[in-house]
Design a protein around this ligand. Structure first.
Ligand SMILES: NC(=O)c1ccc[n+]([C@@H]2O[C@H](COP(=O)([O-])OP(=O)(O)OC[C@H]3O[C@@H](n4cnc5c(N)ncnc54)[C@H](OP(=O)(O)O)[C@@H]3O)[C@@H](O)[C@H]2O)c1
Length: 255
């Protein structure tokens, strides 16, 4: 198969691209650095020519609901339109478990953007699958990178069930390749354990000594992303529970 990976240079897109190649499929890497801008649409038609499927791993980071919604709805609309024109049969969109729930996305504007993205795909392209992933193990680095100031990291009070990014990548490729919709048009994947972000960060600090190069001595949390997120709104109640544990991730990191 010929598979276009949107965001092929990113944290997830690069894993997906590798997986596509490993499975012997033809990869079309899509990113601005590869000369395709999905937001403006420039180069997208050419990238999709002859493609059988496309996997959307695009990202932009904004806390503004307006900016995130504009980016994610415009890029997904452009993907759907270009897929129709080029005859791409199947689209797979990577989203975040819980982000489409209005209670969960009430405060964090980025999640409203992800909700808008899901809506475009689900409402306008019949053969599409939205894969809703929990936070990847590496997300702790993003959290600490944003929240640590000197010796203190005040994290959002966030119940999470972190998952292996490689397993999510392989699920995305399976969804693009299999064409089997018997499981429905949305799929969730989470890791085996759930707990507070601060507790996972403390475990990583104890095992590795730092998270993203930072070693805060005090790690606390406050429910500044809202009570729904504090109470477990990002942890799906159904779907795939992957078996790679946080301890296994830490072991691999330490090697
Ligand atoms: N982090 C998590 O734990 C987590 C969990 C669940 C779901 N997700 C979702 O996973 C997705 C991917 O996240 P990530 O961390 O892998 O992203 P990332 O590392 O920030 O990578 C983003 C990719 O998108 C490309 N890109 C951005 N704007 C573009 C545009 N206008 N046209 C073409 N390419 C563009 C970038 O390449 P260029 O800069 O070269 O264009 C890059 O390859 C996000 O949608 C996120 O919501 C993340």
């Amino acid at each position: 198969m010929r598979i276009a990976v949107l965001g092929a240079t990113g944290e997830m897109g690069s894993r997906v691209a590798q997986n596509v190649r490993r499975q012997g499929h033809e990869l079309v890497p899509v990113s601005r650095s590869a000369g395709v801008d999905v937001y403006s649409g420039e180069g997208l038609g050419a990238a999709f020519t002859g493609a059988d499927a496309a996997i959307d791993c695009l990202n932009m980071m904004s806390l503004s609901a307006k900016k995130a919604s504009d980016y994610f709805s415009r890029t997904s609309r452009n993907v759907v339109a270009a897929a129709r024109d080029a005859g791409v049969e199947r689209l797979v969109c990577l989203s975040i478990a819980g982000a489409a729930d209005p209670e969960v996305n009430k405060i964090f504007g980025y999640y409203k953007g992800k909700a808008a993205q899901e809506r475009v795909y689900l409402e306008s392209f019949a053969d599409c699958v939205v894969v809703r992933s929990t936070q990847w193990f590496q997300f702790l680095e993003v959290l600490v990178g944003m929240a640590a100031v000197g010796p203190v990291a005040l994290l959002p009070k966030m119940m999470m069930a972190p998952v292996s990014a490689d397993r999510v990548a392989s699920l995305l490729v399976d969804a693009a390749v299999s064409g089997d919709q018997s499981e429905g048009r949305t799929l969730s994947i989470r890791g085996p354990e759930s707990g507070y972000a601060a507790d996972f960060v403390k475990r990583q600090l104890a095992e590795i000594g730092n998270v993203a190069g930072k070693s805060p001595r005090f790690v606390g949390s406050a429910p500044y992303m809202g009570s729904a997120i504090a109470k477990g709104g990002l942890v799906p109640g159904d779907g795939i529970v992957d078996d790679i544990t946080f301890a296994e991730y830490l072991e691999a990191l330490a090697r």
